[in-house]
Design a binder for this molecule. Structure first.
Ligand code: NAD
Length: 351
């Protein structure tokens, strides 16, 4: 079998990491790369990835219709967080006959918030005979897929509480701005009101994914966003926080059914949490029979985890039933240690 041909759409921090990983794996091969950044256009992909030699894939402007694609099996889209913004990228890719993996947070379960677009994506994918998946570390794994898997050995589940306490220090200016890092408490409140500060993107999707997997009817999701005020000076490559300013955002979401909280997700994100003795970690508590409690310390790293999830799900997606899928619809994720073609053959071959 020929190598599985991958197109990369978006070569930012995540997209470049994903492309490097694709080129490490036996049985996967990069055959196309799109970005809109003039600094990347016209260059060989190897050069953009800081790899030695050439991959003979030149970075080009994205296609406006299905005609601009190389012959390929799958496209990995790493351009934006929002379903509205990636919709057209998914549409032209599916129309060109490519399966799609995207790390856009809202695409982890797009029906939560974008029901019409989700239905359209499903219809296009089914018409073209391809599969579309949103994944990543969170949403995509820690606060949804892993939670769902941990309920597997439960006879009954009464309530799920999960938190991800992480370090924002490696991230760039966009993340600092959307989390309100370096603002005063007043600026933080104003940013929340104007929509410039959003905290985490993906709670609605994670809650909807968990609820659907367990068969719970969630009729309300309540979210809170509070500033994490720093007592000390903190500085990273992209942010400076003076004492009294905001080091990050504590974002929580509760999924309720008839007034009762069934799912509680807690995600305080800040730069340099260790400066105030805060340890990072992922914590999942399932109240039921039996109770199950899992603690992962430190947190599963967000950047590496996202790159891995996007690549490790390739065999699942290209052998999946057609249509719009979520992580809860597919075989469990696993690291790709062998030749990916063998895994694909074991699953019945590519579509
Ligand atoms: P980034 O800003 O570093 O990179 C985005 C890249 O996409 C840039 O190279 C940009 O030029 C390109 N791009 C943007 N829009 C484009 C378009 N329409 N056509 C072509 N190229 C386009 O961002 P990143 O850190 O690589 O993350 C990418 C997205 O993935 C972000 O929205 C981020 O929030 C999301 N993300 C999700 C998860 C998850 O767990 N689900 C994890 C990490 C990042």
């Amino acid at each position: 079998m020929d190598a599985i041909r991958v197109v990369h759409w978006g070569l930012g921090a995540m997209g470049r990491g994903i492309a490097r990983l694709v080129n490490e794996k036996a049985g996967l091969s990069s055959v196309g790369a799109f970005d809109r950044d003039p600094g990347k256009l016209g260059r060989d992909l190897a050069d953009v990835l800081n790899l030695t030699g050439k991959l003979d894939v030149v970075v080009t402007e994205p296609p406006r219709n299905g005609g601009g694609f190389p012959s390929a099996d799958i496209v990995v889209i790493a351009t934006s967080s929002f379903t509205k913004e990636v919709f057209n990228q998914i549409k032209v890719s599916a129309e060109a006959g490519l399966n799609v993996i995207t790390i856009a947070e809202e695409m982890a379960f797009p029906a939560a918030g974008e029901e019409k677009l989700a239905a359209q994506i499903d219809e296009i994918a089914k018409t073209r005979g391809v599969s579309v998946l949103g994944t990543g570390i969170n949403p995509g794994f820690v606060l949804d897929t892993l939670v769902i898997a941990l309920t597997g050995p439960c006879l009954r589940v009464n309530k799920i509480t999960a938190s991800r306490i992480n370090d924002l220090s490696p991230f760039g200016p966009t993340v600092m701005a959307t989390q309100g890092v370096g603002t005063t408490p007043e600026e933080f409140e104003a940013g929340l009101a104007s929509g410039k500060i959003v905290g985490h993107v993906g709670f609605q999707q994670s809650i909807a994914m968990i609820a659907r997997a367990l068969g719970w009817d969630i009729d309300e999701v309540r979210e809170t966003r509070e500033p994490i005020l720093s007592k000390v000076r903190r500085q990273t490559a992209y942010a400076v926080v003076e004492p009294g300013q905001v080091a990050g955002c504590r974002h929580t979401a509760r999924g309720l059914s008839k007034g009762r909280v069934l799912i509680e997700l807690i995600h305080p994100q800040q730069i340099l949490p260790q400066l105030e003795g805060v340890e990072t970690g992922d914590y999942i508590n399932i109240e039921g029979e039996p109770d199950i409690s899992v603690k992962i310390q430190p947190e599963i790293p967000g950047g590496l985890g996202t790159m891995a999830m996007a690549v490790n799900m390739i065999p699942q997606v290209i052998t999946a039933p057609v249509g719009l899928l979520s992580m809860a619809d597919l075989p469990v994720p696993a690291a790709l240690a062998g030749d990916v073609r063998r895994l694909v053959e074991m699953r019945g071959g590519r579509k």
